[in-house]
Design a protein around this ligand. Sequence first.
Ligand SMILES: Nc1cc(N)c2c(=O)[nH][nH]c(=O)c2c1
Length: 379
Amino acid sequence: MSRPDTGLPNHFELLATDGAARTGRLTTPHGVVRTPAFMPVGTAGAMKGMHWREVRDAGADIVLGNTYHLMLRPGAERIAALGGLQRFTGWNGPMLTDSGGFQVMSLADLRKVSEQAVTFRSHIDGAKVELSPERSIEVQRLLGSDIAMQMDECVRLPAERDDIDRAMRLSLRWAERSKRAFESAPDGYMLFGIVQGGDIPQLRHASAQGLVEIGFHGYAIGGLAVGEPQAVMLAMIDETAPALPSDRPRYLMGVGTPDDMLEAVKRGVDMFDCVMPTRNGRHGVAFTRFGQVNLRNARHADDPRPLDEESSWPSARNYARAYLHHLVKAGETLGAMLLSEINIAYYQFLMQGIRDAIARGTFDEFYQRTREDWARGDI
Ligand SMILES: Nc1cc(N)c2c(=O)[nH][nH]c(=O)c2c1
């Protein structure tokens, strides 16, 4: 087990452990986050297809905002002038923002990476933009997010060792710059470092060690969920999590399916984010206690049963599959809305079950039973 980190103020309280799995509380300026936590992704300041009250009622303590989108439109200075993300959006709880660098690499045109910054042309209006570690921190501070992320360079897999090594060392230098730029933030606001190193254990260890020497409030495991098989992702979590301070939160970026998260919690991960529940909902796919259900499938056309008559979420137990199938096939907006909330609610239901099981010391039984239920499939 890795050593506690005696560096920056620690806002994370470990409440219980069960094997490598942990449950805890992360205290932020806008509220407490129960961990393990799933952060729904509110890309441009909104949860697609959902009201914030539904996100909160589903059990989410914290949501994620994308710096890339928000800095381009409506703009960080405008959001700051309007009172920050919480007042601007109406979500009055904790928010985490990413650095923007990851989405520059996946969304922007004509992007160029240098030691100083990434430069790119906005996908909205073609304007030339420079995003440095310092500007990324400035934007995240202007947005007022509770947890900011260092700027990093993530290499998609598979990739050559030299490129993974280059990006990992650049990310460490950007980590230093990000931390210096963050130092004026008020107490309580946090900055997380991001471990890179691709699918190479030695590079992951070097990245984790370098970040711990710099010192952060929490640590993200980056460079995964970028095209590698689940087995590789899990192997890299096995390499990385134990190299991070045991008393600080560990955040696996961009992950994932319910199965991914259950496996990652078993390996000591505390926080997750993924667009999958809302994106799959918009595409007609529901996540349930018995696995995924594709409501586009004709087999649902005459099925009067709800998705899950024992669900804690009303929309999952009150609407017939036949109706959801109709809405999806007809392209009705309500279909995307209902399946988005059903999926976010299931993700939060899973997280609550995980937290309860770890607190009771029954995580192994919960893990086995949950996987058996998924394997039963949709009856
Ligand atoms: N799967 C991933 C999703 C992400 N949003 C990120 C990120 O923002 N930074 N760095 C990363 O490595 C990364 C990986």
